[in-house]
Design a protein around this ligand. Structure first.
Ligand SMILES: [Ca+2]
Length: 246
């Protein structure tokens, strides 16, 4: 079960026509899914034992997600934006599901923007969600608690891997995956300063070099897939639609 603070009524993303677009273009409802996962279960598991780090909560505060229309992102073109996504714990097995009114067709780029909290703290959430955009809570194999709190707020631009990807043209969903194995990669947990009670805290005041490493991992750990079955997980038949350009 995922915990989310706001109820989303996504009805009219991109409804406003522009000078180049047809405001009467037909829209269809398509799914946008968001989910955290681990691509390396030896390094990180979510809510189950087995990883060197077990993530128990992954609180993300997201502003809008936007999608640039067309097959050529080198020219100015229209964008479709979702309403603000808000704060949620994405560590559970089920994806957050949003229904979006989309213009069926090709999209060449997606941008996800994190934002700092400034919302009411949900029950069970750590205090840090109030003034951070990303808060990861977990523990190491030896039981040491781990908390990472970041103010990462840069837009994460994902470029289509094959020029463009389709959305709204069939029943496939788009799935935004946050890969926590990538986010935690190369962080020196063994060398981190430990508090006797809080364990390892990585934030703007503690273990700053580890925070710098973490924040450098954020964008590469965000990937957009075409989720063919719309099950909220990445399966062999799914298609990598967009990722951060190196
Ligand atoms: Ca899938």
């Amino acid at each position: 079960m995922k915990r989310f603070v706001i109820c989303l009524t996504l009805a009219c993303g991109g409804c406003a026509g522009t000078e180049t677009g047809n405001p009467n273009a037909p829209y269809s409802t398509a799914e946008l899914l968001l989910n955290a996962r681990s691509s390396n279960n030896q390094a990180v598991t979510l809510r189950q034992a087995g990883g060197a780090v077990v993530v128990e909560q992954a609180w993300l505060t997201l502003d809008t997600l936007s999608f640039r229309e067309g097959t050529d992102c080198t020219v100015p073109n229209e964008s479709l934006s979702t309403p603000q996504i808000g704060l949620g714990d994405h560590s559970g097995p089920d994806a957050l599901r949003l229904n979006i009114n989309v213009k069926p067709g090709s999209y060449c780029q997606a941008t996800a923007t994190f934002m700092n909290g400034q919302v009411e703290k949900p029950l069970g959430a750590p205090e840090q969600v109030l003034d951070h955009s990303i808060v990861i809570v977990g523990r190491l194999e030896d039981g040491t608690p781990l908390t990472i709190a970041s103010n990462f707020a840069a837009p994460v631009q994902l470029d289509a891997t094959q020029g463009a990807f389709e959305w709204g043209t069939d029943s496939s969903a788009l799935l935004v995956e946050f890969d926590l194995a990538v986010w935690l990669k190369a962080i020196d947990l063994a060398g981190a300063v430990r508090d006797p009670v809080l364990g390892i805290v990585i934030d703007e005041l503690n273990n700053q070099s580890a925070l710098t490493t973490f924040e450098g991992n954020v964008a590469p750990g965000v990937t957009l897939y075409r989720d063919i079955a719309g099950n909220g997980d990445v399966d062999p038949g799914d298609i990598k639609a967009a990722e951060v350009s190196l």
